[in-house]
Design a protein. Structure first.
Length: 345
């Protein structure tokens, strides 16, 4: 009997010790979980977790707005001699002709569609493609052939109408303009008052290029970074200067897929809100951002961006701010929101 009581008392003591041990362990476990939840959440939503993956794509992961048969070319700009007369007249130009001491032969003439001007004695003189000094030499040569001895002829352009360029898109002033002298793209856009804030990251010059007996329309793309034109080229007659609007494209599990005008500094989460927010089946943790024509691809956890913004992390975490800045939407960006593998309708 004494032995039984002894073993019972010993067992009770052992059980008490075990309970104290596990109670301490449970307390530590609960404390650890509490610590991770309260203090670890900040690091969980830190900026280094927003971009899950970033890589350079070798495939063409981009969306074309429309099919385009025009050729994109790189052109070598001709060197223009500033001391050489540049302007050659064409249809609709008005030139002023003066013949020294012969007022009856001095007048203004419009270059007709066939490239000629009406002139006394000779009815029509072909002048298209000639500079004012070349026209003066031509008229002087004709007059000296039995009409006037040693004629002194002077020609100038009164109204420049033949060398047209057209501006469409996001310039401060659109319309038709006339070139009077060698004019660079930078100089021309400056004269128009610059680009609008809604202008994209490129300027497209559509140019008719003649090659032997054939001609084709080509496109010259000029990069624009932060409103600054990155390549300065000379404009040519009949150039169409197209300044596209800044846009981004979004598709997949959002309210409304399509192109959207980039009017403000959107981050990727704000861009998704503009497109109608996520659908119920969206996989918010693996949104793909495709940039630079498909050369850069980001896989982004947008859910963490949303939760981080709700917690005010931009004001607390420098890394969060930096990565959010990297995810600001740019002209030409493509956002693809995948469907969750766990969602079924």
């Amino acid at each position: 009997m004494m032995r039984i009581l002894f073993y019972s008392r010993r067992n009770i003591m052992a059980m008490r010790n075990y309970m104290k041990y596990f109670r301490g362990k449970s307390f530590l476990l609960i404390l650890s979980l509490f610590y991770l939840f309260v203090f670890g959440s900040c690091s969980f939503f830190a900026a280094d977790h927003l971009i899950i993956k970033k890589y350079t794509s070798t495939s063409q992961e981009k969306v074309n707005e429309e099919g385009n048969s025009m050729e994109v070319v790189q052109l070598t700009e001709p060197v223009v001699d500033s001391n050489k007369e540049w302007y050659t007249v064409g249809p609709e130009d008005i030139i002023n002709i003066k013949v020294w001491e012969h007022n009856e032969l001095s007048f203004e003439a419009e270059v007709l569609e066939d490239g000629t001007i009406n002139y006394p004695f000779f009815k029509k003189i072909y002048v298209a493609g000639l500079t004012p000094s070349e026209i003066a030499d031509k008229i002087a040569g004709l007059l000296s052939n039995g009409y006037i001895e040693n004629p002194q002829v002077f020609v100038s352009v009164k109204e420049y109408r033949s060398k047209k360029v057209f501006v469409i898109g996001e310039a401060e002033k659109n319309g038709k303009y006339f070139l009077k002298k060698p004019t660079s793209l930078f100089e021309f856009i400056s004269q128009l008052g610059g680009l609008k804030k809604t202008a994209g990251n490129r300027i497209i010059i559509k140019r008719l290029q003649k090659d032997n007996n054939s001609e084709k329309m080509v496109e010259i793309e000029i990069p624009v970074i932060d409103g600054e034109i990155q390549k300065n080229i000379l404009l040519q007659e009949n150039d169409v200067i197209d300044i596209p609007e800044a846009k981004f494209f979004i598709s997949g599990e959002v309210g409304k897929s399509g192109y959207y005008t980039l009017q403000e500094d959107y981050n990727i989460y704000q861009a998704i809100i503009v497109a109608g927010d996520f659908t119920r089946g969206a996989r918010e943790t693996a949104v793909k951002l495709i940039r630079n024509g498909g050369r850069e691809v980001y896989v982004v956890n947008v859910e963490r961006i949303r939760k981080g913004l709700e917690r005010g992390l931009p004001a607390k975490s420098e890394r969060f701010r930096k990565e959010l800045e990297e995810l600001k939407i740019r002209d030409g960006d493509v956002i693809i929101v995948p469907k969750s593998i766990f969602y079924s309708e």
